[in-house]
Design a protein around this ligand. Sequence first.
Ligand code: ATP
Ligand code: MG
Length: 145
Amino acid sequence: MATFISHSPAETESLGEQWGRAVQRGWVFALSGDLGAGKTQLVRGIARGLRVSSRVHSPTFTLVNEYTGGRLPLFHLDLYRLETPNQIHGAGLDEFLRPDGVAVIEWAERLADGGWKLEAGKFMTVRIEVTGESKRQIIYEDSGA
Ligand SMILES: Nc1ncnc2c1ncn2[C@@H]1O[C@H](COP(=O)(O)OP(=O)(O)OP(=O)(O)O)[C@@H](O)[C@H]1O
Ligand SMILES: [Mg+2]
């Protein structure tokens, strides 16, 4: 487990960028943290590290946005709107837990709420805590094969 203290959106993005440069096919980033914590900001960095050129926006009407054109396909999921275990199970998430590319999941704690276990494949669990107006504590740990 490691902790990164970010002092600005740009610093959060560059942490993501480092991860995006190093990440390998099949990885899942499971992000948690409050509204406005900086999850999407981190995804922008991951996309940049993968050399995805399109602008990253959180999926709002769909569950997942797919970005191609980078070193690996990037699947960006936001589970905020999934509330019940049934919705979570019905959402067709399996393919994104073993992605043919890289998956980044905002509100990944919803998975645990639905009884999923993040045990398949390679995971990076990331928790972002708001510790000041522009300060964030980013706690992360990689696990799995
Ligand atoms: N150190 C920081 N790291 C990341 N974001 C920061 C930081 N300081 C301030 N911010 C601001 O916090 C906000 C983070 O927004 P972002 O959309 O990334 O959050 P989110 O966790 O994805 O929220 P949501 O749950 O609504 O999707 C932005 O307005 C950003 O400018
Ligand atoms: Mg977001």
